[in-house]
Design a protein around this ligand. Structure first.
Ligand code: AMP
Length: 395
């Protein structure tokens, strides 16, 4: 089954083409509507790379050029040859709580909740509309970052604001990175030969965006991101949890608009706000050079993560595994070491040698005696989207 997965941003579209769950090609349409726009395509089986540097005014043109590259490279004769297309959608809101086939009603709903994810949902929507135009015969599936968390208990997902804000605007915790948490936790259960329906885990997706998820019997029961992907862990440039009263204080004292405050907490904060670097490889290099701010940023990042893991240990009746994933979770042996060392009194025993080994494979990095398994599971959101798309189009 040929499935194209699209992750559409406002000026770029990342895509992957799967044939029976094997990646055939991957690529990127970038700088849409800007100078230097281009499409790159890689045949993942042969390693051949293709590129077109052309003026791309909008998403539609981008996909058209991609289609031409597909043809020229011999990877696909035409987009209409696809069995389905899976779209990553950041926010499903309250109504779209499950992944689904896209029809006019779904398009309308995605548009309606754009207010919750103004940077992402309109771009995701543009990607879907482009695909519908380019290949009207192909079925489209919406896969929501929020769906995995939609069954969180009310007491975990509600904010203690006046109830009418929930009634009027559906303000509650939605959670994100759901496709990743679902994928790695399922992988972890099968890696440990456990039945997913009775598997409990804490999944830490640590990348530029970062979130933790408490999974009980294969379902998300709590997660650190909230109404937007800002809440929770300290991230590359996002502050995560802070006292909400700081925001009106800064707005007043600095004479900032709400828009500027939004930029401040999302783009200028996090470890970047503390030390000026948001890539953990740079932070580690800086620490080696004696940069105290970089050390503080790393310690703050780990401390917040430790607190979240501790709180999820408390709410889960039993924890089978702690899962690390995402760019930092998969590669950052220092973060994993600092976090697991502090958690050793709670049943986590890290095998330092295994932790230091570099690998792209799923692996157990805990000692045999560790009460709770510590796993590194590389995430693959596109593969998860493909699996969901296949399931929904054949239903
Ligand atoms: P992601 O958003 O999941 O692609 O993760 C990107 C982040 O992973 C980068 O910004 C880095 O902070 C982090 N990362 C990548 N490689 C390493 C590494 N070898 N050690 C520590 N962090 C890494």
């Amino acid at each position: 089954m040929k499935i194209l997965v699209l992750n559409s941003g406002s000026s770029s579209i990342k895509f992957k083409l799967f044939d029976n769950e094997v990646v055939k090609a991957s690529g990127l349409i970038e700088k849409i509507g800007e100078n230097g726009s281009r499409v790159e395509l890689k045949n993942t089986l042969t390693g051949e790379e293709f590129e077109k540097k052309v003026d791309i005014k909008n998403h539609e043109e981008g996909l058209k050029i991609t289609n031409e590259l597909f043809k020229e490279s011999g990877i696909l004769t035409d987009l209409s040859e696809l069995d389905g297309c899976g779209h990553r959608i950041v926010h499903g809101g309250k109504e779209l709580s499950e992944h689904c086939l896209i029809d006019d009603k779904v398009l309308e709903q995605i548009d309606k909740v754009s207010i919750f994810a103004p940077l992402h949902n309109p771009a995701n929507l543009a990607g879907i509309k482009t695909m519908i135009k380019a290949a009207p015969n192909v079925k489209n599936v919406a896969v929501f970052d929020t769906a995995f968390h939609s069954q969180m208990p009310e007491f975990a997902s509600m904010y203690a604001l006046p109830y009418e804000y929930y009634e009027k605007y559906n303000i509650k915790k939605y959670g994100f990175h759901g496709t990743s948490h679902a994928y790695v936790s399922k992988k972890a259960a099968s890696f440990l030969n456990k039945d997913y329906n009775s598997f409990n885990a804490i999944s830490a997706h640590l990348g530029n965006g970062a979130s933790v998820c408490a999974i009980e019997n294969g379902k998300s029961v709590d997660t650190s991101m909230g109404f937007t992907p800002l809440e929770g862990l300290i991230m590359g440039t996002r502050c995560g949890d802070i006292d909400a009263a700081i925001l009106p204080f800064i707005a007043q004292t600095q004479n900032l608009s709400m828009q500027e405050i939004d930029t401040l907490v999302n783009k200028k904060s996090g470890v970047y706000g503390i030390c000026g670097f948001n890539d953990f490889r740079d932070i580690e290099n800086q620490i080696e050079k004696g940069d105290k701010r970089a050390e503080l940023a790393l310690n703050m990042f780990c401390y917040r993560l430790i607190k979240y893991i501790g709180s999820y240990l408390a709410i889960l009746p039993r924890t089978d595994a702690l899962i690390f994933t995402g760019g930092i979770g998969e590669n950052g042996n220092l973060v994993r070491k600092l976090v697991c060392e502090k958690l050793s009194h709670l049943g986590f025993e890290l095998d330092e040698k295994l932790n230091d080994e570099r690998s792209k494979k799923e692996r157990d990095i805990s000692k045999n005696s560790s009460k709770i398994k510590i796993l590194v599971i590389p995430t693959d959101e596109e593969l998860e989207i493909t699996k969901i798309t296949q399931k929904l189009i054949t239903k």
